[in-house]
Each structure stands twice: as structure tokens, then as C-alpha cells.
Design a protein around this ligand. Structure first.
Ligand code: SF4
Length: 618
């Protein structure tokens, strides 16, 4: 072959290669083949349908429509009322990467029968069910089934929401369950409570909400940004603000005359003895005029409501703040409170009494069953651990995820999540009216998943029939919303046994350790897809994000923009420190996921606190 032929061959080959469809064909075919492997997710095909439902991811129980394709939920839409962003992505929860799909025994794949067998053996040492979301039909069923087991206890996990209403109930004649009535209030003072960010149902907190909101908080929260008036207070000064407010209100003759007739007035006077305007201003960082303007707004804008519940993931406010808020509500006439409607319970259901966590003796639980049905529920482990028997106690977490109790529980048992089994929402904290809000079963749960109430039923040797029982209760409740009853007369202004001097001391006490304002959005972990959106677009801080003024960080010796661990005596969590020159100084805002509760201890006053916290570079 001569050189000319070689050049002609090479030129022809190059030209042919440019025009041959072979490489493009190969590219196209490999793209098609790689889309058709058996494990690839596929767009559902089939009949498109719609189901009326309620979102049961939180107590708001919003009315929704679930759109399905071939029986698979593909979207959730509002049904005539507002929803929060998480509700729109709620149907993706069954595919959450942290979803628990099989029984695990200390990390080893196991079976439901083995978990039941181990639980039966441990139950003889004293059984307790810790319900992380009390108030549902499943909660009632726990109590029904536990009535068949000797010495069994049902423990509702303490909830931040409704703390002020529970404090108010201690001031009423007789035993009642009260609720704030947000829809009735014209002026609302929310103290360190995410009133517009998860506390209340979106339908009651839209832009035309019908009440004027004053938000008192030590960091710039979303509720603070959306409030009509903002009160940036010093960390830990909530009780001082409320006692200062009480003293200001008592300057009004009519208010003082009414208050004098109530039991506990002497103690209130002792509590506010040191809450003179100048002292309250000094403690809270607000001006005297600002506190006076707040008192004036609450008096003029009746019915007024004061909520000092705290944060669901950052922890409740201390009891002294809730008592002070209750006293202020009574001074204001408490017109925006109602008696909560008791959800109907079928007559044959026999329930055991609830036992509060603090009533449980230490070292008395041999088998602890934790019912964690949904994301965003937290309780410090340090509050639970002392209740367990030191030797041989078994912890079984009936949970939707692999993370929360992975280190604490001996057994992780999967439960059906939202839209995998019929479930109802607990009563909301913002109204005493009651309407059963049920989400239907649209999908099949993973094999081996069991409803928490059915697990307890099987332990008790009863029929696992939670779905039928919910239907029975739903029929009994009917479709109509039951109107709340008026609140009873308040005979006290502070609960019996409250020491006014101690309340004053609590208001004056300085915070122990660094001033951390922990906050969290319960629905943050409903959908990783949604989380990616709001984190990448900076709509919300990611869990573990710590934001503070550069000088505050410098003063603590914490270095901004570095990955670090926040360590306390109870545990540690990863944090990301960010310096923000626009943040108020003297406060560290920590975006807390449920992991935060695990590094806290529950103080005797009900608040969660970090014991000896320090930040360590990771
Ligand atoms: S998560 Fe709560 S607020 Fe959001 S849509 Fe569901 S019920 Fe409503």
C-alpha cells in the first residue's frame, strides 16, 4: 500500500466517522437501557384519582386532597384552607431515606415475632408506653390495651404546645382541660413561642389573621419577622417581662379590683414586688415605655391572649414563665380561652389513667415502649433514662425512622407512616373546638410494619384492630366540628402552693451557660426534597446551624464558619457556626432538630437545658 492510499483511507475513515450514526446510536441506546433497569424508579401509570383527607403530620390536621395515580399518591393539595409547605410534600414521607423498613435488634435485622417475644419477657419487670404524640385514637387504644396488663403505665410525652393553657387550667374551679382560642383573640402576645411557624394551624395564622401579634423573643425568628410588633428581649427574661407586665396591668383600677378577689393574689404581689418598670426594663432590655405600650395594647385590644409555651424542638419555657403568663391572662379577663371539647370515646373502651413522666419512679420500668409515629417529636433522653431499671431494662421504639432511637433502643420496630394506615391527628393547641381529622390508608406499609397500638394489643393478648377502632370512633364523632365550651370562672391567679418570692427569684436568675435560643420546625424532616429546597435557597437554617453576632461568638471563643460539635454532658451534635452581623448580640440562635433534645437535660422547671456545653472543632 502506498502513502497516497493510506492518506485516502484515513481521510475517508475520518469523514465516515463524522457522519456515521453508530456513536450516536450507541449513546441513545445506552441512555434508554440505563433507564430500564428493574431498580430504577418509574413514573406511576394508571387511573388518576383524588381522595379527601386530612394531613395528620401535626395537630393542625389541615384538610387536604390526596392526588393518586394508579393508587400511588403523587401530590397533596389544600382542600379549602391553608397548608404549611411540609404538607405539600407529606406524601413523600414513606420514601424518606431514614425510613425504618424492617425490625432491627441492636442493628441486626430481626422479625416482629422476635421483638414481641423479647417484649413479653421484659414486660414482667414493669411495662410503660411513652406516647410521643398524645391525643390520638392510637393513644386511647394504648390506654385500653394497657388496662389488660398488670402494673402497666401510659405516659404521654410532655408537649411544649398548650403549656400556657395547662397552667391556666390550674387556676380554674374544678378539673378542666382548657385551650387558647386564637380565632377569638384580637391581640396576642406570644413569648418565645413560634406562633406563626408551626404552633398554630396555617388556616388561623394567614395574613388576614384577625389579631394583632406582639412577639417577644431573644432572637429574630420567623414569627418575629411576621409579627405586627417586635420585642427583642434578653435571653431568659421571659418571666421578668411577664411579671413586669402583670405589675403594669395592676396599675389599672378595674384590673386590680378584680384580681384582689382571687386566691393567690398575695403571692402574685410578692412575685411582682421587684418587677417595677425600671427593673423589668433593665432585665428584659426593653424600654419602660415599650412595656407600658404593650400593657396598654393588651388592655385596649380585648379579647387578649398571652401564650408562653416555648418551642417544640427547643424545649418548653420554664414553669415560672407559664405561670406568669397564666396570671397575666387572668388579669386580662381570659376571654380567649375555652374549655376543650373531649373527643368522644366509645363506651366499652376502658382506659387506664395517664401517668405524667415526673410521676414515674426512677428505676421502675422494665420494658419501655416508645411510640414515635411522625417526624419532629423530641424529648430529652436524660428525662427518660433514670426511669429505666438499671439492669435488664428493654427499650422498644415503634418508630418511623432509623435515626432517633438507634443508640438508645434495643429494638426498632417499623410502623406505618402518613398515608400508609388510617390515622388521626391530636387536638390542636389553638382552639378548644374539636373535629376528628383522619388521613386514609392509600399505600401499603412495608412488610413487617405494625401500628403501634396493634403491637401493644398483641402484647396484651388482644385483637390488633386499630383501623377498625378508629373507624368506630370516627362514626361516633360524626363529620361536624364540636364547638368549644366557654372557659369556667377562674378562682385563682396563681396555682395553690406557688411561692411568689420563688417566682420573683426565677425571674431575676441569670441563665446558666451560654445564652442559647434553640428553635426548630417540627415538619423540617418530613421530606428531604423539601429540606434541600429550603436549605439551598436559604429559606430556613439547616438543623445544626448556629447563628450569632460575630462579637458574641468571639466572646465565647467559638469560631465562625467552621464545622464543629456542640457537646454537653448528655451528648453531642454537629453544628455549623455562622457569624451574622445583623443578628442581635448576646444570643446564640441554634436551629435544633430532634437531635438537640438528646444532648439536653430536662430541668426541674420543665425547660430543657444544656449542661456544661462547649463547642469543639470537628
Ligand atoms: S404538617 Fe401540619 S400544618 Fe402542615 S399541612 Fe400538615 S397538618 Fe397542616
Amino acid at each position: 500500500m502506498i502513502r497516497r492510499e493510506l492518506i485516502k483511507f484515513a481521510g475517508g475513515a475520518a469523514t465516515g466517522l463524522a457522519f456515521t450514526p453508530l456513536p450516536w446510536r450507541l449513546l441513545g441506546d445506552s441512555a434508554i437501557w440505563t433507564q430500564n433497569w428493574s431498580w430504577m424508579p418509574r413514573t406511576p401509570r394508571g387511573e388518576v384519582g383524588e381522595k379527601e383527607a386530612n394531613c395528620t403530620l401535626c395537630p393542625a390536621g389541615c384538610a387536604v386532597k390526596v392526588r393518586t395515580c394508579g393508587g400511588t399518591p403523587i401530590g397533596v393539595w389544600p382542600r379549602g384552607e391553608a397548608m404549611c409547605p411540609a404538607g405539600f410534600a407529606g406524601h413523600t414521607l414513606p420514601w424518606h431515606p431514614l425510613r425504618l423498613r424492617q425490625c432491627l435488634n441492636r442493628g441486626r435485622v430481626s422479625s416482629l415475632e422476635e421483638a414481641l417475644e423479647a417484649s413479653r419477657a421484659a414486660a414482667e419487670g414493669g411495662l410503660a408506653v411513652l406516647d410521643m404524640l398524645p391525643g390520638r385514637t392510637a393513644s386511647l387504644l394504648h390506654r385500653v390495651h394497657l388496662s389488660g396488663i398488670a402494673n402497666a403505665r401510659y405516659i404521654p410525652a410532655p408537649q411544649a404546645e398548650g403549656g400556657t393553657a395547662r397552667a391556666m387550667a390550674r387556676l380554674a374551679a374544678g378539673s378542666v382541660q382548657l385551650s387558647a382560642e386564637l380565632g377569638r383573640a384580637k391581640t396576642v402576645l406570644s413569648v418565645s413561642t413560634p406562633l406563626l411557624d408551626g404552633w398554630a394551624a396555617p388556616r388561623r395564622t394567614a395574613a388576614n389573621r384577625g389579631f394583632t401579634l406582639w412577639q417577644a423573643e431573644s432572637w429574630r425568628s420567623r414569627t418575629m419577622d411576621l409579627a405586627d410588633s417586635r420585642l427583642l428581649i434578653r435571653p431568659g427574661s421571659e418571666t421578668a417581662l411577664l411579671l413586669g407586665l402583670a405589675r403594669q396591668l395592676l396599675q389599672t383600677a378595674g384590673v386590680e379590683r378584680r384580681a384582689r378577689l382571687l386566691q393567690g393574689f398575695d403571692q402574685l404581689q410578692a412575685a411582682i414586688a421587684h418587677a417595677a418598670p425600671a427593673a423589668a426594663a433593665e432585665r428584659t432590655g426593653l424600654s419602660e415605655d415599650r412595656i407600658a405600650a404593650l400593657a396598654d395594647a393588651l388592655l385596649r385590644g380585648q379579647p387578649s391572649l398571652v401564650i408562653a409555651d416555648g418551642d417544640p424542638l427547643g424545649g418548653p419555657l420554664p414553669e415560672d414563665a407559664r405561670l406568669a403568663a397564666a396570671a397575666v391572662n387572668v388579669l386580662l379577663g381570659a376571654e380567649a380561652f375555652s374549655t376543650r371539647r373531649e373527643p368522644p370515646v366509645p363506651k366499652p373502651w376502658r382506659c387506664i389513667e395517664c401517668t405524667r413522666l415526673e410521676q414515674v419512679d426512677n428505676h421502675s420500668i422494665g420494658l419501655l415502649i416508645i411510640d414515635e409515629p411522625a417526624p419532629g417529636l423530641a424529648l430529652p433522653w436524660a428525662a427518660i433514662a433514670p426511669k429505666l431499671k438499671p439492669e435488664g431494662a428493654l427499650v422498644v421504639a415503634l418508630t418511623w425512622n432509623r435515626a432517633s432511637y438507634a443508640r438508645r433502643a434495643d429494638w426498632l420496630v417499623p410502623v406505618p407512616v402518613y398515608l400508609e394506615s388510617a390515622a388521626d391527628a391530636p387536638p390542636p393547641p389553638d382552639t378548644g373546638s374539636w373535629r376528628i381529622a383522619v388521613s386514609p390508608a392509600v399505600l401499603n406499609p412495608p412488610e413487617g410494619a405494625i401500628a403501634a397500638a396493634d403491637f401493644v394489643a398483641r402484647l396484651a393478648g388482644a385483637e390488633p384492630d386499630s383501623a377498625a377502632r378508629l373507624e368506630e370512633r370516627q362514626k361516633l364523632a360524626g363529620e361536624e366540628e364540636l364547638e368549644a365550651a366557654p372557659a369556667p370562672a377562674f378562682t385563682r391567679i396563681l396555682p395553690a402552693g406557688t411561692d411568689g418570692a420563688q417566682l420573683a427569684a426565677a425571674a431575676a436568675a441569670n441563665l446558666e451557660g451560654p445564652p442559647v435560643a434553640a428553635h426548630g420546625w417540627r415538619q423540617a424532616s418530613v421530606s428531604p426534597l423539601l429540606g434541600k429546597l429550603w436549605q439551598e435557597w436559604d429559606l430556613r437554617p439547616a438543623p445544626g446551624a448556629v447563628t450569632s453576632h460575630p462579637e458574641t461568638l468571639r466572646g465565647l471563643g467559638w469560631h465562625a464558619d467552621s464545622g464543629a460539635r456542640l457537646e454537653s454532658e448528655a451528648g453531642q451534635m454537629q453544628v455549623l457556626l455562622e457569624a451574622d452581623p445583623t443578628a442581635p448580640s448576646g444570643i446564640i440562635a441554634l436551629s435544633a432538630g430532634p437531635a438537640y433534645a438528646q444532648i439536653c437535660e430536662a430541668a426541674p422547671n420543665g425547660a430543657w437545658r444544656l449542661k456544661n456545653p462547649k463547642v469543639v472543632r470537628s
